[in-house]
Design a protein around this ligand. Structure first.
Ligand code: PRX
Length: 658
């Protein structure tokens, strides 16, 4: 107990400072009092029913708001019929939004493309017809492996239009990770491009896709966007250029009437085993959740230019670049490139150029900008900004204050939003016209969302400032419905701890005396590297696949800039000796198996790993050693002497991100 209380001491002084919503912001905000919270408390289902009615256009209204007859397999808006592409496009066409920009796209090279809602309609219909012509139908799965090009948004919306389930794989993943995800989903179609750009250099994608497809016989067709122009191989009969195959497609396609509970997409995310989990999201509840949260959390207004700097390969991009904003008829900026290319003012030059009003990014990016200095944003007129947001990891109060001052000009509220791939929508967040802010806290649950903190097996909220496990105690519309083809893993991972009474988020958290939520980080074996979720087990399985590795343990070391960085501890097989070259080899091996984001910051060769007598690796102890903390009680270890040995190895080669 004492230790847990001590954990929070560092932020104590900053936790007391409160930022009230500015009066002018409050006056114009969608929400500026506690009425939605009251309404949701008084009538939980009525609140969500109203949200579904006001934010979504239904072909047929639902029969039941929440079907909780078979927990944890909850269903929302059962019997309702809708189509997400219709909601994101067609319904805007009879309004002044018809020729409004849906997406303003810019690439690293400076190429731009603006797609109005009307143009989006034609593009999406044409691509939906391409999918149909290739024989895809409702319930089939398409894997999309694309960088942040407009075709990514078009392909996703075209899938929704005809009921094809999309599985988007982040473009930074390697062929191995892509292959795992295609195999698990048995998808029939892969959509990719020749290659991407990164800081002016070409980056291959089709080559990775070819590598993955060699072992994926379910893929019948592969559509390839021409993007960076690099030379690639096209396989006759299987591979088609996007530009050619879409050329004669009809620009009209009736939207499929989807059931509210039909699957919309699968998105793979890291769990506590080596195998990624296919998080399943469905249609009606998801759209209701993302449309309402996008409107209220970002206080999105008709005239705003909204920019979420995430990648659509992650859930943030699904929910808050594409579906939420387009359902609300917003203008969403989409940028394919690095924040510091060609210079460290790239993002801020875009804020100025497009007169961005709302900007949503990750703390890891803010910390990088903080390191580069305020002279970069200072070059630009950023007075258009009126609201800022963060997501993906805890924001340290120092970074919050920097963002507030140097990006927001001390006038923009900051919404620190806590949520997950599994939650689909923002769950804990300020409402910027109502909630007083505390730097570093995601503040309070969104109206109609119930979060609590429990200690281990107990379902009693612990005392304020005592850390426990973050739990969600009532279903919510955008919740995951299951893990693809693995109902049992869904139950075991998320619902087992409290006898099915609450969803286990996997985060450690605490409430302060004012009931504000603080989420310092995961308490399972999931790392958060520069806002990207990775499992230690995924890296460990990659490492043990190398011929030299007998055993591996990976931990996420706290890092000033990236939040966490992966550090690997490796026992070599007989006949292999530690060397810098082997360390380099292993790093490269992980990089090619998973992707650059997973590259270990260091590989430490060790004689043994700290294990309990029953053989469980004490990863927490390795993390403490790596972070230079005292390892605490080691008497339960099979071989306590290994602790000093590892400590020496760590001291000899300290790590940290650049
Ligand atoms: O640990 C929490 C952290 O990111 C995890 C979810 O990662 P992912 O599914 O990739 O989704 C990220 C984008 C929604 C959470 O379990 N996390 C996310 N937002 C916050 C956060 N931690 C603290 N504060 C946040 N605002």
């Amino acid at each position: 107990m004492q230790k847990e209380e001590k954990d929070t001491a560092g932020v104590e002084s900053l936790m007391t400072k409160v930022y009230d919503p500015p009066e002018n912001f409050k006056a114009q905000a969608w929400v500026n009092d506690d009425s939605p919270y009251k309404k949701a408390d008084e009538d939980f289902e009525g609140f969500w029913a109203e949200a579904a009615e006001q934010n979504v256009t239904w072909f047929k209204k639902w029969d039941k708001v929440l079907d909780d007859s078979n927990p944890p397999f909850f269903k929302w808006f059962t019997g309702g019929k809708l189509n997400i592409s219709y909601n994101c496009i067609d319904r805007h066409l009879a309004t002044p939004r018809k020729n409004k920009a849906a997406i303003i796209w810019e690439s690293e090279t400076g190429a731009t493309r603006t797609i109005t809602y009307q143009e989006m309609y034609y593009e999406v219909c044409r691509f939906a017809n391409v999918l149909k012509n290739l024989g895809l139908k409702k319930g089939d799965i398409a894997t999309i492996y694309l960088p942040m090009v407009p075709e990514l948004a078009i392909a996703m919306l075209a899938c929704c239009r005809i009921g094809v389930i999309h599985s988007v794989v982040f473009a930074g993943f390697s062929s191995g990770a892509l292959q795992d995800r295609i195999e698990d989903s048995n998808s029939k179609l892969l959509i990719t491009c020749d290659g991407n750009f990164r800081r002016g250099k070409p980056l291959a994608m089709k080559i990775n896709a070819d590598e993955a497809m060699k072992n994926c016989p379910t893929i019948e067709n592969c559509i390839v966007v021409k993007y960076n122009g690099m030379d690639i191989q096209m396989q006759d009969g299987r591979d088609h250029w996007w530009g050619e195959i879409i050329a004669d497609a009809k620009p009209e396609c009736e939207p499929e009437h989807m059931d509210a509970e039909d699957i919309l997409f699968i998105l793979y995310t890291s769990g506590t085993t080596g195998k990624p989990k296919g998080v399943v999201h469905t249609t009606g509840g998801y759209l209701t959740g993302v449309a309402l949260t996008h409107k209220w959390v970002f206080d999105a207004k008709e005239e705003d230019t909204y920019w979420c700097s995430a990648d659509i390969g992650w859930v943030t991009g699904h929910s808050y670049i594409l579906y939420g904003p387009l359902a609300n008829g917003a203008t969403s900026v989409m940028y394919d490139g690095s924040p510091d290319y060609p210079e460290r003012n790239r993002w801020w030059s875009m804020v100025e150029k497009y007169r961005v009003n709302i900007f949503y990014t990750a703390p890891t990016a803010i910390r990088a900008f903080m390191k580069w200095g305020p002279q970069w944003p200072e070059k630009h007129d950023m007075s258009s900004l009126r609201l800022l947001g963060t997501v993906g990891e805890p924001i340290n109060p120092e970074a919050w204050l920097w963002y507030y001052k140097h990006i927001g000009g001390e006038r923009c509220p900051i919404v620190d939003t806590w949520w997950q791939t599994e939650t689909g929508m923002i769950m804990v967040t300020p409402l910027p016209g109502y909630t007083p802010l505390k730097p570093g806290s995601a503040t309070k649950a969104f109206p109609g969302v119930h979060v609590d903190i429990f200690k281990d097996e107990e379902t009693e909220r612990p005392q304020a400032k005592t850390k426990g496990r973050l739990a969600i105690t009532k279903p919510w519309p955008a919740m995951l419905r299951t893990l693809y083809n693995d109902d049992q893993r869904y139950i075991d991972t998320y619902w087992s701890r409290w006898g099915g009474k609450a969803y286990i988020a996997g985060d450690g958290a605490f409430f302060d005396d004012d009931g504000y939520l603080w989420v310092p980080g995961r308490i399972d074996d999931v790392m958060n590297v520069a806002g990207h979720r990775l499992s230690t087990m995924e890296l460990e399985s990659a490492l043990v696949a190398h011929e030299a590795v007998a055993e591996a343990a990976v931990v996420g070391k706290t890092d000033e800039f990236k939040g966490q960085i992966p550090v690997a501890f490796v026992i070599l097989k007989d006949g292999f000796d530690p060397s810098d070259e082997l360390e380099g080899d292993l790093k490269k091996f992980v990089r090619t198996k998973i992707g650059p984001i997973a590259t270990p910051a260091a590989v430490r060769f060790t004689r043994d790993l700290p294990k309990t007598r029953s053989g469980k690796i004490m990863r927490r102890l390795l993390r403490d050693l790596e972070e230079g903390k005292p390892p605490g009680d080691v008497t339960t270890l099979r071989d306590p002497t290994i602790v000093d040995e590892i400590s020496e190895i760590v001291k000899a080669h300290p790590t940290g991100s650049k």
